[in-house]
Design a protein around this ligand. Sequence first.
Ligand code: PLP
Length: 366
Amino acid sequence: MGAIAPSICRSSLFAFESSAALEAAVNGESGEYVYSRVANPTVRVLEEKVARLEGGEEGLAVASGMAAVSAVLLAFLRAGEHLVISSAAYGPAATFVRDVLEPLGVAVTRLPPAAFGDLGPHLRPNTRLVYLESPASLTFEVCDLEAAARAARAQGVATVADNSWATPIFQRPLALGVDLVLHSGTKYLGGHSDILFGVVAGSRERVAAVRRIAILLGGCLSPEDAFLAVRGLRTLPLRMARHGESSMALARRLIAHPRVRAVLHPALPFFPTHALWLRQFEGASGLFAFRLDGDPRRFCDALCVFLLGVSWGGHESLALPAVVLPEVAGRGGTRPDLPADLIRLSVGLEDPEDLWEDLERGFAAL
Ligand SMILES: *Cc1c(COP(=O)(O)O)cnc(C)c1O
């Protein structure tokens, strides 16, 4: 047929010509599609692309980043077992651990990103999974994925890394020795703020274990959204290059501003984890934060080009004052380390000069 775009296969079920063919299919013997919660041809196109991009044998696509996070955690952990997770992990992932896994009887150790360089002493005989995220959510410290993977592997413990920030264009955790990589595809992989999805990639065996749980949890991706996800991937390297250049340009100008206390961007040479950054990343994306000498709400309310909102990774620039988040300490959240003067920026694809002019509008309002 020669079609260069995948077809959107909307069928929820697939019919067979004989009961023998149906029997072989439902028992997984013929490899035929049976039911779209389990497998769908359009979703499969996305899974194969993501596996290739991350350098994994197999890929899995689900309805959201959290569907990927929860399926991975539930696939590896049972009551009486032990999880090690970054204390700076994505907020809802940390909340899932606290509100679902711990009440089910999973023991949890939370380590600051810097501690993963010497993980061995924190592993126990019942440790089953190490959950990594690099750079850290909101504070952007880089975590030593290679050292963590080595220490975990030596004890037979599996590792997973959330690679949503860098995407496989700028960091490939599987090549650093990590067993599984996951993404909120909602962010850069999709790239246009019009779909939610999550992906997992890694070895055939480990992804199969996660897929089994993901199918039971029921958070399957729609074929329509899988099509848009594949379409987003076409421009991923171009978008990432632009996000990175613009975020670096803005970060450098922010450092020099008298009303900025600090810029939290792992690609800046003075950032504490920069040596590790140089080893594990090939470029920067568009998400970083800075600490403002002034009222972050007042600053953000003056912006016109940057929109105010959660999420990130789309074409449009976004600003988020950390004080509004449920993660912050004052709301009983999971991130007591978050400074109240922090503003996160997701630098989009607009002209960086327009973005800088907008930030100057924010400073002028202080
Ligand atoms: C947004 C996000 C997630 C969750 O993804 P959803 O698609 O919103 O469910 C997971 N990890 C990180 C780092 C994120 O930013």
